[in-house]
Design a protein. Structure first.
Length: 410
């Protein structure tokens, strides 16, 4: 039987190529669209990865910039246009339905005569969500800030390398000397909660001249990340105008194609695979129609209908598997090529000068494509199952012809 099947592939090369092409097209579309959708979602989650949060909240400053603080351009100060959250407001955030964990930090800008650095005040006891998560994961040397620490500071690795800072050194911040207790490296993908220096929250509040318990960045993890928009709407109703950064808002910055691809990639990929099966069905139907006389002769020499169907079913399965493998290879190549193209990438870093109301600006990045064996196996399964099913239907129809009628007509 195998020899007969292979001879048919050689004899009917055009139809064989048509079936393989249809299946390959569907498999390639499924692999490309599904992998790209997952890559866009991963890219949108990377800026928040270092703080283990689903949501980062900031707010614009209220009132006009006429105070002495607003006019001060030397020494530590709050970022331009950046508003604060009072302790009572933080309690409202913590009590909001859907918020499972949260933490706050205070970003401070420190302007020197010829330098500028960012300082982030953090609460070391809040290590489930917020900057402490990334600091703990990226600790290079020394230790982290601990509860009860006073004038202690952790330096970012790149900042430390630039200014030759190491644990045990002393840094002047404001009018006090701070002891460097550690150096940590925040991953490039983790952009939320990133600064040059990290100090205890109370020290940052003293540097900025704000009351105790005040923060200007809030990181929230949600019990259900799909309810992000609802939570933001509820928080805005309670707290007024907010700037909320989430995976969905980052996808919007990355562009319309990324939003559509990320949201509908699985469905679009499956439709693409089914479209390929439909093309294969058309080619297989034509193949069966061409072989009506051959089927009649088979039945005339004693072939049973079951044997004929089994033969054609084997042909369809082999063609579908070949098409699926070819399509998977093509899909892998296309996905890797597309991943190398520059893609708009969000940044949570506030430019100088900046506005709390616009915490995201775009850069470029390569997509983090991850193609799992399960994805490839499913693509092959759909290809083989779809092609085999269409082959079985066509074979059943073709094998039902009457021998005498076929031979008389042909």
């Amino acid at each position: 039987m195998i020899g007969y099947i292979l001879s048919q592939f050689r004899y009917r090369g055009g139809r064989t190529l048509g079936v393989i092409t249809g299946i390959a097209l569907g498999a390639a579309l499924y692999v490309v669209l599904t992998s790209l959708g997952g890559a866009f979602l991963r890219a949108a989650s990377l800026p928040l990865k270092g703080v283990a949060a689903d949501l980062v909240l900031t707010r614009p400053a209220m009132g006009s910039a006429t105070s002495a603080e607003a006019q001060r351009t030397r020494g530590p100060r709050l970022p331009f246009g950046n508003g604060i959250f009072e302790p009572s407001e933080l309690k409202l955030i913590a009590a909001t339905n859907g918020v499972s964990a949260w933490s706050g930090s205070l970003e401070v800008w420190d302007f020197g005569e010829s330098s500028y650095k960012t300082i982030l005040g953090i609460d070391p006891s809040q290590d489930r969500v917020g900057p402490m998560v990334g600091l703990k994961a990226g600790l290079v040397s020394g230790r982290l800030i601990q509860p009860g620490d006073g004038d202690s500071v952790v330096a970012d690795r790149h900042f430390a390398a630039l200014f030759s800072i190491k644990p045990g050194d002393s840094l002047r911040l404001g009018d006090r000397d701070y002891r460097v207790v550690g150096v940590s490296e925040q991953k490039e993908s983790s952009q939320a909660g990133v600064a040059n220096l990290y100090v205890p929250l109370r020290n940052a509040e003293a540097l900025a001249g704000v009351p105790e318990g005040v923060v200007n960045q809030v990181y929230a993890r949600l019990a259900d990340a799909s309810r992000t928009d609802e939570v933001v709407k509820e928080l805005s109703a309670r707290l007024g105008k907010l700037s909320a950064v989430s995976q969905q808002s980052i996808l919007q910055v990355m562009g319309g194609v990324s939003r559509v691809t990320a949201r509908f990639s699985a469905a679009a990929g499956l439709l693409g695979a089914l479209g390929g099966v439909a093309l294969a069905w058309a080619a297989l139907s034509g193949l069966m129609a061409e072989r009506r006389r051959e089927i009649g002769i088979m039945k005339a020499v004693g072939w049973r209908t079951r044997d004929i169907v089994c033969t054609f079913l084997s042909e369809s399965a082999i063609l579908s598997m070949c098409g699926g493998i070819v399509g998977i290879v093509i899909g892998l190549v296309l996905a890797l090529l597309l991943a190398g193209l520059p893609t708009p990438a969000p940044s949570l870093q506030q430019p100088l000068p900046g506005l709390a109301a616009a915490p995201i600006h775009a850069a470029s990045m390569t997509l983090p494509i991850q193609i799992s064996p399960a994805l490839l196996a499913f693509a092959l399964l759909v290809s083989v199952a779809g092609g085999t099913l269409t082959g079985w239907l066509g074979a059943r129809k073709a094998a039902g012809v009457r021998t005498a009628q076929v031979l008389r007509n042909d």
